[in-house]
Design a protein around this ligand. Structure first.
Ligand code: SAM
Length: 182
């Protein structure tokens, strides 16, 4: 999921106070489900620290950035722009085309909070709905990335983690991979 075909998630429209956890979850979901980078626009930049902290502890690579010029990032993005919106084309109808585009180059996935400016709809190569029902940017991002990678992101290996969760039927087990058993 690294290399020239990187996937960037752009978080637009963060409302201070109201969107704090949602914006953090956009970043954490982008990381966990295989994106290479999240860019937090404007006041969303207040949420970068948590995502950086999780990446430091649970592994990367994953880049966390902020921008004061999200419109410029979208406009000048050299690759395919996907905007997730309930008003878009149905994901099941366009996912194959988007996977083909991703095989050719980078992808920018834009998610909103409050109303997204119409120029984003116009610039986007694909306006994509995960159902045509209102729900959340975190849910739509998760489904979109899983469809993009066709589930391969679930088996991803993480580099340089300080802690690794050992999956188990019951209970919680977290190990430090740097600890050596004698
Ligand atoms: N009217 C908005 C829209 O265009 O989807 C709903 C706002 S919703 C609170 C915030 C964000 O969640 C949207 O900007 C969009 O990125 C995402 N979202 C919500 N429902 C979605 C859906 N069904 N499909 C794709 N994205 C969705």
């Amino acid at each position: 999921m690294q290399g020239d075909n990187h996937v960037t998630v752009l978080r637009l429209g963060h409302r201070p106070g109201r969107d704090e956890r949602m914006t953090t979850h956009v970043g954490l979901t982008a990381r966990a489900l295989g994106a290479d980078r999240v860019v937090m626009a404007g006041s969303a930049s207040s949420r970068t620290d948590t995502v950086v902290d999780i990446t430091d502890r649970f592994g990367g690579p994953f880049e966390v950035e902020s921008t004061e010029e999200p419109k410029r990032l979208i406009r000048d993005f050299e690759g395919t722009v996907v905007h997730l919106t309930m008003y878009g084309e149905q994901i099941q109808d366009v996912e194959a085309d988007i996977r083909a585009a991703h095989a050719e180059g980078p992808l920018l996935v834009v998610v909103g909070a409050e109303k997204v400016p119409f120029e984003v709809y116009e610039r986007a190569d694909y306006n994509v709905g995960v159902t045509s029902q209102p729900h959340s940017e975190v849910a739509s991002l998760a489904v979109f990335l899983d469809r993009l990678y066709e589930g391969r992101e679930l088996d991803r290996e993480w580099e340089d983690p300080d802690r690794v969760v050992v999956p188990m039927e019951t209970g919680k087990k977290v190990v430090d991979p740097n600890d050596r058993e004698e």
